[in-house]
Design a binder for this molecule. Structure first.
Ligand code: ADP
Ligand code: MG
Length: 214
């Protein structure tokens, strides 16, 4: 399904990922762990098409997408800090990518309502972003990533910074959501308990790359 082959990425000639390979099967949930600064976010940004690569290739369904623009990749990304648009309300945030894709208004409204339902926020459609709790904002970010029905969902430490009870509930909900829709997912976390609770396989980024002497 998603196949990253021998990816090398540098920032100003310092290699961050070197010869990294990872394969994710259709419907599989992979948790990716690794210390801070090991390149987890960089890998997600490359897969999503937000970062240029030095060498190597990225494939989806056997088609190379290494150079494909981000908006044509059908990959959803939830950023660590959500990156919601503060000037748009909840429904408008979720509708954003559909608008870019020129999805007609009726269908857009229908899909947004569905996505809100999915994350249990139907009652907050008109809410301003600044008036959301941490958990609600996270749900909006997940809904925004899922609304265009991406083939792959990338989650960058989606539950970091959320406290015990809320963390537990969101992890539970996220797990059921991903499994019920058989969403192919790469879930980055440095929390090993979270990783093994949600994933089919847990990988450490250091096992995927040959960093040599770096
Ligand atoms: P992780 O998500 O595992 O904490 P990152 O992918 O964010 O790691 O970062 C990997 C390394 O790349 C770090 O050393 C970080 O400082 C560096 N880095 C990340 N983004 C940039 C950037 N835009 N410019 C320069 N260096 C960066
Ligand atoms: Mg990171």
């Amino acid at each position: 399904m998603l196949d990253v082959r021998n990816l090398t990425v540098s920032y100003e000639s310092t290699p961050v990922l070197k010869n990294l390979s990872i394969y994710i099967g259709r419907g599989e949930i992979i948790a990716l762990t690794g210390p801070s600064g090991s390149g987890k976010t960089t890998l997600l940004r490359c897969i999503a098409g937000l970062e240029a690569t030095d060498s190597g290739s990225i494939w989806m369904h056997g088609e190379e997408i290494t150079k494909r623009p981000a908006h044509l990749r059908r990959i959803g990304l939830v950023f660590q800090d959500n990156q919601l648009f503060p000037h748009l309300n909840v429904a408008e945030n979720i509708a954003y990518s559909l608008k870019l894709q020129r999805v007609a208004k009726n269908e857009r409204n229908h899909k947004v309502a569905e996505a809100l339902e999915l994350v249990g926020l139907a009652h907050l459609a008109k809410r301003e972003i600044v008036r959301l709790s941490g958990g609600e904002a996270k749900r909006v970010a997940v809904a925004r990533a899922l609304v265009a029905q991406p083939e792959v969902l990338l989650l960058d430490e989606p539950l970091a910074g959320l406290d015990g009870e809320l963390h537990h509930r969101l992890l539970d909900d996220l797990g059921s959501l991903l499994r019920s829709r058989a969403t192919t997912t790469l879930h980055v976390t440095h929390d090993h308990a979270e990783a093994s609770a949600i994933a089919d396989r847990v990988l450490d980024i250091r096992e995927l790359a040959s960093l040599g002497d770096v």
